[in-house]
Design a protein around this ligand. Structure first.
Ligand SMILES: C[S@@+](CC[C@H](N)C(=O)[O-])C[C@H]1O[C@@H](n2cnc3c(N)ncnc32)[C@H](O)[C@@H]1O
Length: 376
């Protein structure tokens, strides 16, 4: 993987998180460089808010040039927080004057400038614009970096209706920077999506959650094929809206259910769904984490349910699925089971067989398979 980031007088070693052997993936893109062209000493003199900075390329670059700059840094992804903190440390950059924010928190100081990487999910982008409208002073500048192919008049109109007037720069290395000016109107937060499965499980989807408004088709097959048995500690790994864990709470009435996701909004949605279904508060635990990196060591897991992601941000990759399988194996008690749903063509069967020494197909349809591996 290329990890030497050189830009103007900035020189950094930047790695993705978790590290991957895939040479095609790097920890920054040209839109980061394009955004950085807009930061000078004067801009760095006032509080800056950085939003959706995948692995800290923006934060580390600004810190290297302007060590005392006051920065609020907001991300929905735990892997971004961990990646950014790792990149700061690897480049001997101090984390003083940095405020780490989740999407549920408000910056302590009013930012004078916002740098934002355009997220893939348009609804989440709208949520972020509306959130900014509650925090900023009128006329504050928002700079949005994105691939030129993702910027069009419809996007500029969206920014105008949820934030203020916007115009796009000329293209540079196939990216553009949109400059928007806050019009001073406060917008109400977006309403959560509330719906239920045909079996009556109530679900709540915040804007950045996978399958925020409907059941994923892989999850549907999973729900119809739960293993029989007495399970006590169940993990919904990559929980999204939490539908798999909530069904587990109903199928295994004595079990403790752990919901884990990289997305803060996913964990929040699962927790809100748990409350909406009036499930026992003492049986549900919610973890914003990268796979099972920080699951308390004393938990002896006997079932992991997993509908793994096949991308990280814009990058299509199976390394997160692989890490989920390895973490599951590490945390399962002997005799414990990992049950995975996956698209047939992804070949999870081979990976699971290699890792666990066994893998059985429990169900399938023309698109998906349900696979089970037991820890020997
Ligand atoms: C295919 S979705 C499944 C969501 C839900 N379980 C369902 O079946 O509808 C995969 C989920 O994995 C989460 N995820 C991605 N990377 C992760 C990581 N490193 N650690 C934990 N969860 C992760 C995503 O945020 C997403 O919610």
């Amino acid at each position: 993987m290329i990890n030497q980031f050189q830009f103007n007088n900035v020189s950094l070693q930047l790695n993705r998180y978790p590290a991957t052997a895939n040479d095609n993936l790097q920890a920054w893109d040209a839109a980061d460089e394009h955004l950085l062209q807009h930061i000078d000493e004067q801009a760095a003199h006032q509080p800056i808010l950085i939003v959706n900075d995948s692995f800290g390329a923006l934060l580390c670059s600004i810190k290297q040039q302007f060590a005392d700059c006051q920065i609020s840094w907001l991300s929905d992804a735990k892997t971004s927080v961990l990646g950014c903190q790792q990149n700061l440390a690897n480049n001997q950059l101090s984390d003083a004057h940095i405020e780490w924010l989740t999407p549920a928190q408000t910056p302590a100081m009013t930012p004078a400038l916002v740098l934002l990487k355009l997220p893939k999910n348009l609804n989440y982008f709208i949520e972020q614009l509306r959130q900014l409208s509650q925090w900023l002073a009128p006329a504050t500048q928002l700079l949005i970096g994105a691939k030129a192919k993702n910027i069009n008049q419809a996007l500029l109109n969206t920014i105008e209706s949820h934030f203020g007037s916007a115009s796009a720069s000329l293209a540079w290395k196939k990216t553009r920077v949109i400059s928007a000016v806050f019009d001073g109107k406060r917008r109400a937060p977006l309403a959560d999506q509330r719906w239920q499965t045909d079996t009556g499980i109530k679900l709540i989807g915040l804007a950045n959650v996978f399958a925020a408004t409907k059941l994923d088709i892989g999850a549907r097959l999973m729900l119809d094929n739960y293993p029989q048995g007495q399970f006590n500690q169940v993990v919904d790994l990559g929980c999204g809206n939490g539908v798999l864990g909530m069904q587990a709470a109903l199928s295994y009435p004595d079990a403790q259910i752990h919901f884990v996701d990289d997305s803060f909004e996913a964990v929040q949605s699962a927790q809100m769904g748990w409350q909406a279904n009036r499930l026992d508060e003492a049986r549900g635990q919610f973890h914003w984490d990268d796979c099972l990196s920080h699951l308390p060591a004393e938990i002896e897991v006997d079932l992991v349910l997993c509908n793994p992601p096949f991308h990280q941000g814009e990058a299509i990759t199976d390394h997160i699925a692989w890490q989920m399988f390895m973490d599951a194996k590490k945390r399962l008690a002997v005799g414990g089971m990992l049950q995975v749903v996956g698209n047939r063509h992804l070949g999870y069967h081979v990976k699971l067989k290699r890792l666990f020494g066994n893998c059985q197909t429990a169900a399938s349809n023309n698109k998906f398979v349900i696979l089970r591996s037991v820890k020997a």
